[in-house]
Design a protein around this ligand. Sequence first.
Ligand code: GCV
Length: 737
Amino acid sequence: MLLRLAALAALTALGLCAAPAPAEDGHQLWLRYPLLKEPWRSEYRAAVAQIVDCTAGAAATPSSTLLLARSELMRGLTGLLGAAPPLASEATESRALLLGTPRSCALLARARLPLRGLGREGYAIRTLLRRGRAVTVIAANTDVGVLYGAFAFLRLLQTHRSLAHLEISSRPHLELRVLDHWDNLDGSVERGYAGRSIWDWSRLPDDPDPRYREYARACASIGINGTVLNNVNASAQIMTRPYLVKVAALAGVLRPYGLKVYLAARFSAPIEIGGLTTADPLDPAVRAWWASKVGEIYRLIPDFGGFLLKADSEGEPGPQDYGRTHADGANMLADALAPHGGVVMWRAFVYGRLREDRARQAYDEFVPLDGHFHPNVLLQVKNGPIDFQPREPLNPLFGAMRRTPVMMEVEITKEYLGFATHLAYLGPMYEEVLRADTYAQGRGSTVARVIDGSLFGYRITGMAGVANIGADRNWTGSQFDQANWYVFGRLAWDPTLSAEAIAEEWVRMTFSNDPRFVAPVVAMMMGSREAVVDYMTPLGLAHQMASGTHYGPGPWVAGNAEPDWNPVYYNRADSSGIGFDRTASGSDAVGEYARPLAAQLSSLKTVPQKYLLWFHHVPWGERLSSGRTLWDELVLHYTRGVDAVSAMRRTWSGLAAYVDSERFAEVAALLAIQQREAQWWRDASIAYFQTLSRRPLPPGIAPPAHSLAEYEAVCFPFSPGYPGTSPACAPANPVIP
Ligand code: GCV
């Protein structure tokens, strides 16, 4: 036995036999820094022969941010190379590495690097020649820029890039790159599928959880620079003194990583915790209350970011309660924050008092207010006009608000895309909307150019993602959902990056650089969101989920009090056809887009098939460009979605050799759930729509396994993240077939 073990060890050392990867639980995210294989290890060791501590003699003592940058570099290199390169005060070795700002590093001050274009957060990574020696520098104007540069440098090694002749300059395209936590003060997370909230209010301010630092480090590694700690369905309690003291302690932990703290404010807080009888934004007492509250916050947190507001939406209080406008409400808070440099992120997700089409409402309410907001207000607009559906066309507010900075809000948590159990990489979805053309200033007026401010010259820019982070060991409820946190950060830094390139980076860092693993996994990720669209809401359908929990299919649901809480409101399926007519003959929501786009979407001939039923009510027998009828096409899409999940499972099952057993097994188990639920979605949807289309299935296509009545009776009582009371299931109710 001993001989056998010795032989195995020798073979492993020679690289002739794949050692089983040590078990991992995903907690390290993409910052694992495992020992690199040859030839990479030797190549990088030669390239980074020494780290230069060039702070001696510099104008300032190193800040905690700069020290973090250096220790991250040491940590990364120690892991990746097996040992950290020696630290020296002078670049005595060829291929020395030095990092800092011209202020913190005397050598960099003398090097006169072109840093001016990098702004406050950008960085440069350059190979320079110094007295005949190659030196690698990571330089920035500020310490947080150096920290971002250190992570970017490590990423090169983590993903096996060459370190020769580096000439990298990078600066964020967007100013505010923010995670919105929908975390409640009781520790629950609305639409959260990764366990409880990571914020443990009971132990703050005295005992901040070490996870806060790990969280901030992960955010910094992808350039996220802000976090809204609490749910937009906000409790006013967060603004009380005891909570603000806790928030200040948290802000102190996050600050060195460049992460600013924001809070979701409750509009009626002056009444609930301020003892006033009104929250009218034009009332002098209300204005004075907010000014004083903001002053208190800034005394505790001098770099506080500002407020996020959900007002006059889904029952939340707002200025309309007092006959005032969104601009009145936002400006009142903006005026309180302005002297301290804070901003208001005012959400455009509003609907209610339904007229004809929910997809029109935000536009109708906000466009007349364009130009009425004060300079430190951003309008936070969801990517699509309804609500984070698996696929929506771009929100028409992008391109319509020329004088109000619009930031985009996307959902990272997968409320409508299979929670944490379904594998759906959201990079392609974010990319789709960022690259979508609003035509607001002619061709090329992409959403990316709206939100980066280049189209309309916005004063402030930003992007927010509803966080998918919780107290689970793996942070996001599944291994692959980490990729959605990652891709959000990378695209918020640079919306022109490709979702595929980001997926590849993430796979290499999170799992393996082995091309036999990277290629199939990236392909699987890139197709995964489309698979969900196919088995849940193909061809432009939306909001077909069960009410409230949003878990599982419910295309037949019609009994909710508000029309737009019912899937039938969105699918409009009847014996004549299916789809929502949003053309001029219907709600004319299409008229909210710029003309060439509106014309394209209005015509059955030119509307992209992926948006067909979003904009048109189409007869079941209509021939599509494929030559198939709408009904056949719909059924094939549902089926294609299930097949894609089967293919993902097959792909994954062949990859055990490249992943540690723990993460391999977890992904495999979740793919099995996804397959079962994809089948449920497909079968239940087809079973329902067939009662209306009364058409046979295309040849060779399997019928649903159960009757419509059985699908309608399915009850799923375990749904996480639901803010209401989960449905009570009768004992006779089947669970998922
Ligand atoms: C925070 C959807 C979700 C709600 C969420 C809301 C919002 O409607 O289902 O849980 O509330 O969006 O974005 O405000």
